[in-house]
Ligand binder design. Structure first.
Ligand code: GAR
Length: 198
C-alpha cells in the first residue's frame, strides 16, 4: 500500500475525493495533507477525516523560494510518502524540487493538456471557442503543467457558458478522474484513464 501526501492551497475538494477513495482494497492511503495557506478550508476537512496535516506558509518566505521548498521537503520527508498528489496547490515548484520526486508526483489541472497550461483555463477555453474542455492528471516535471498525461476527462462547452459554469461542469469530473488515475499509478499501471464524452 502506497503512502500519499496531498498538497493543497484552498478548499481541497480534490483532496477529499482522493482521501474518500483510499479505503478497502485501494492501493494507497493518505499520510499527510500539506497546505501553503494556514486558512485553507481543506485543512479542517483533512483533520476531520483523521489525516495528519501540515502548513508551510509561503508568506513567511518572501523572496526565498528555496527556504519555502526546504520546509515543504522536511514535512514531506517526515511523512515518508511514496507518491505526492498536488490538488489545487497554487505554488509553482522549482525544477530542483520536482526533480527529487520525479516519477512520484502527480498534479490535476483544469484543462485538456497540452492546452492552457497555467491559470484562467476556463476563460481561455471559452475565448478560443473550444467545443470541448476538461481536466487532466499528469506527472509533475520541471516544466509547468508539462509532464506525461495519465488521464483526462472531457465535458462539452455549451452556448452561453461563463468560466464559472465551465469550472462547475469540470470539477465533478476532476473528483472522478484523480482517484481513478492514482489507483492505476499506485499499482504501477501508466495506461491513461479517459473519462467523459464531451
Ligand atoms: C481545481 O479545479 C484544480 O484543478 C485547480 O484548482 C482547483 C482546486 O480545487 N488547480 C489548478 O488550477 C492548478 N493550477 P480544490 O481545492 O477544491 O481541489
Amino acid at each position: 500500500t502506497k503512502r500519499v501526501a496531498i498538497l493543497i492551497s484552498g478548499g481541497g475538494s480534490n483532496m477529499v475525493a482522493l482521501a474518500r477513495a483510499m479505503t478497502d482494497d485501494y492501493p494507497a492511503r493518505p499520510c499527510l495533507v500539506l497546505s501553503n495557506r494556514p486558512d485553507a478550508g481543506g485543512l479542517d476537512t483533512a483533520r476531520d477525516m483523521g489525516i495528519a496535516t501540515a502548513v508551510v506558509d509561503h508568506r513567511n518566505f518572501k523572496n526565498d523560494r528555496h527556504g519555502f521548498e526546504l520546509e515543504v521537503q522536511k514535512a514531506l520527508e517526515a511523512a515518508k510518502p511514496d507518491i505526492i498528489c498536488l490538488a489545487g496547490f497554487m505554488r509553482i515548484l522549482t525544477p530542483e524540487f520536482t526533480a527529487g520526486w520525479a516519477g512520484k508526483m502527480l498534479n490535476i489541472h483544469p484543462s485538456l493538456l497540452p492546452k492552457y497550461k497555467g491559470l484562467h483555463t476556463h476563460a481561455r477555453a471559452l475565448e478560443a471557442g473550444d467545443a470541448q474542455h476538461g481536466c487532466s492528471v499528469h506527472e509533475v516535471t520541471g516544466e509547468l503543467d508539462g509532464g506525461r498525461v495519465l488521464g483526462q476527462a472531457r465535458v462539452p462547452v455549451l452556448a452561453g457558458d461563463t468560466p464559472d459554469d465551465l469550472a462547475a461542469r469540470v470539477l465533478p469530473f476532476e473528483h472522478q478522474l484523480y482517484p481513478a488515475v492514482l489507483k492505476r499509478f499506485a499499482s504501477g499501471d501508466a495506461t491513461p484513464v479517459m473519462l467523459g464524452g464531451g
